[in-house]
Design a protein around this ligand. Structure first.
Ligand code: ADP
Ligand code: MG
Length: 552
């Protein structure tokens, strides 16, 4: 049987059904839907109503373009300082303002940052790369063009490995990767501040000429959650490298999300580009909204337009942006004021006569690569025996791993026990108050002291939780002070413990009879009574021994 144009009506079986009134030919398609294709008296007809349900589900396709502001004291082509909170137009050189006659001077630190970043993603570093002018008019770009690397970027063909949490309890780690097509060096633009009341636009050129790395990823992700996990990992890597601070709210990391939908096996769909995203959470929302919107457009017979859209965080929607109507012609041309950029493999490959201190040497940078997040996680699992899912929280939460390692170094307990304190007590309290690790009122040293008191049997573990809460409220007090003030020291004196146990036994004659009768479970009740009497200041094992001895 011939397949329909879409190919999904290839019939698996055919069967005929005869009744005394009519004769029909039925077919079952690949989706196991029975279709009548012929009935006696009518002409041969294949009239499956094309329902999207019977086609494979559409899926989303996501490709990210990320602009990362290079962490450097000065700009890409000028000596002006880089600063986020400086007064407007206080960090602007003549070159940044595009005064005629000024020339770019490449900042070696920015090139090194791009190479280091490329190495961290296993990119091929191009020994020679080129600068180009990309023209467009915008008030905050006084030259009328941006210097970028269109033809030959500094790094190509890398990979970003990231992980997601799946499963009902979100504790199954699934590792994925996305290819990085290229990393290019380019200039940032200035900022336009629109004053609607006076209907004027003010320009701040502090940001004009700041070095950017643009990372272009292949369209290999499928949803907001994947993109969010990838960007979070990218942020951590850049921060570990010290090549970008990665704060999205401050615009140090800016993500444009390209989104399309298609049916697996078919060519990719028309994409839209979503801009104005200022957090990882918003990006995930914007992408999922956009995928859903495009699916609905196509299902209702419409077409997706190749347009730029903005994410509106209030409504959670994406809306068309007016700025990029039609295909823009950037009139790319080689930047005439900058020679090709050469980087060298090793000291030995630097040509004679060139000062090796003035050039970029890959080997030198490889040696400087710090411990990357994925390696840190593996080390946590291998050295301390922490669970893999916990290693993510320790590394992903800024400062938490250092906090954990400090506590481990100051205590003699198993690292696993420290994890419990850090994950539950510390993170629980920080999250409740929306605080960062660096804002914890309890220092690693104070927590270590508390853990050590439990370990040495000076306070019970249930008391310790109570002490932790007191320490949180009164960081000026030492652990010892709190324990003393509230009289929380463990009762280790055998005689004193006996007296307390005797009191409880005397008060509960009925229970004692039951235990003597053979029901040992009731002993737990008496142990609970001792705990209550002493506000948790006893060791349950000791109490159990004493009670058993008294009752037997
Ligand atoms: P252009 O040259 O038009 O800018 P690129 O091939 O450089 O296009 O792709 C730009 C970005 O768009 C990349 O991040 C890429 O992953 C993404 N992209 C390309 N095609 C699609 C698509 N069909 N769906 C989603 N993202 C896409
Ligand atoms: Mg592009």
């Amino acid at each position: 049987m011939a397949a329909s144009s879409s190919g999904y009506y290839k019939m698996l079986f055919s069967l005929r059904k005869y009744t005394n009134k009519s004769q029909s030919l039925y077919l079952i398609d690949t989706n196991f839907v029975i279709r009548t294709i012929w009935t006696s008296g009518s002409k041969y007809q294949l009239k499956p109503k094309v329902q999207t349900k019977s086609l494979p589900q559409m899926v989303g396709v996501v490709g990210l373009e990320i602009h990362a502001q290079i962490q450097s004291t000065s700009k890409l082509f000028s000596g002006s300082h880089v600063g986020f909170l400086a007064p407007p137009n206080s960090l602007v050189s003549h070159f940044d303002a595009s005064l005629p006659g000024t020339l770019p001077v490449l900042n070696r630190r920015c090139v090194e940052a791009a190479v280091l970043t490329g190495l961290a993603f296993n990119c091929t570093i191009n020994r020679k790369s080129l600068f180009d002018r990309k023209h467009y008019f915008y008030a905050d770009m006084p030259a009328g063009y941006q210097i970028t690397q269109q033809r030959l970027p500094i790094a190509v063909d890398g990979t970003l490995v990231y992980s997601l949490f799946e499963g009902r309890r979100k504790n199954q780690v699934v590792t994925k990767s996305v290819k990085i097509k290229q990393i290019q060096l380019e200039q940032d633009s200035g900022k336009s501040l629109h004053d609607n009341e006076q209907s004027q636009t003010l320009i701040d050129l502090n940001r004009a000429g700041v070095g950017l790395m643009e990372l272009v990823m292949e369209p290999e992700m499928c949803c907001g959650e994947e993109a969010a996990a990838a960007v979070r990992e990218l942020q951590l890597i850049l921060q570990a490298l010290g090549t970008c601070q990665g704060n999205m709210a401050e615009g140090q990391l800016r993500v444009d999300a390209n989104v399309s939908v298609h049916r697996p096996g078919e060519p990719m769909g028309v994409r839209t580009e979503v801009k104005n995203i200022n957090s990882v959470r918003h990006m995930a929302k914007a992408i999922d909204y956009e995928i859903q919107r495009q699916m609905e457009v196509l299902q209702s017979g419409g077409t997706v337009l190749n347009e730029t859209r903005a994410f509106d965080s209030k409504s959670g929607n994406t809306i068309p942006m007016r700025d990029k109507e039609g295909l823009q012609d950037y009139r790319f041309m080689p930047e005439p004021n900058l020679p090709p950029l050469f980087v060298y493999e090793s000291e030995a490959s630097v040509p004679a006569g060139v000062d090796s201190a003035q050039v970029v040497v890959i080997d030198r940078l490889s040696a400087q690569l710090p411990e990357l997040p994925s390696v840190r996680r593996t080390r946590l699992v291998e050295t301390y025996g922490v669970l893999r899912e916990h290693s993510f929280m320790l590394v992903n939460e800024d400062g938490l791993m250092d906090y954990f390692e400090s506590v481990v170094q100051m205590t003699k307990v198993e690292p696993r026990k420290v994890i419990g304190w850090v994950m539950n007590e510390l993170m629980g309290n920080l999250n409740l108050q929306n605080r960062k690790v660096s804002q914890s009122p309890i220092s690693p040293c104070a927590l270590a002291e508390l853990i050590n008191l439990v370990e040495s049997g000076h306070i019970s573990s249930s008391t310790a939780k109570q002490v932790f809460q007191e320490m949180w409220k009164a960081p000026e007090k030492t652990v010892g002070q709190i324990v003393k003030e509230q009289d929380l020291w463990m009762i280790n004196d055998k005689e004193e413990l006996r007296k307390i146990c005797q009191k409880i036994v005397d008060r509960h004659t009925e229970e004692v009879q039951i235990i003597r009768g053979g029901n040992k479970k009731v002993l737990n009740k008496l142990m609970g009574e001792v705990q209550r009497e002493t506000k948790g200041r006893t060791d349950p094992v000791q109490v159990k021994d004493i009670l058993e001895e008294m009752i037997s």
